[in-house]
Design a protein around this ligand. Structure first.
Ligand SMILES: [Zn+2]
Length: 95
């Protein structure tokens, strides 16, 4: 039996390593690992201007201590809404 490891889909996830508790472990854009901003109504990467999903670089998603990502809460806050997981994807720290 082989485990399902799809290397083609294992794109890294970027997170901000910042001294400020509220900013630390914030998710960054998948494409460039940087912040995003709104251009018209779309959330766009500030570096390549590709449209990104909410939570990437907009300060809304954080990496919790159990390697899940959570929305609308401080990092590691078990009460905040679970958004996803880093399982199978390399984590890259920025900053
Ligand atoms: Zn980008």
């Amino acid at each position: 039996m082989s485990t399902t490891h799809n290397a083609a889909k294992a794109a890294p996830m970027f997170f901000l390593r910042a001294p400020e508790p509220f900013l630390n472990r914030q998710r960054l854009t998948d494409c460039c690992g940087t912040m995003s901003t709104y251009s018209d109504d779309a959330l766009c990467c500030k570096k390549c201007w590709a449209e990104v999903d909410f939570g990437q670089g907009d300060g809304g998603e954080f990496l919790a201590a159990d390697d899940t990502t959570r929305l609308n809460g401080e990092p590691g806050d078990a009460r905040s809404q679970r958004a996803g997981t880093t399982e199978g994807r390399p984590v890259v720290w920025v900053g």
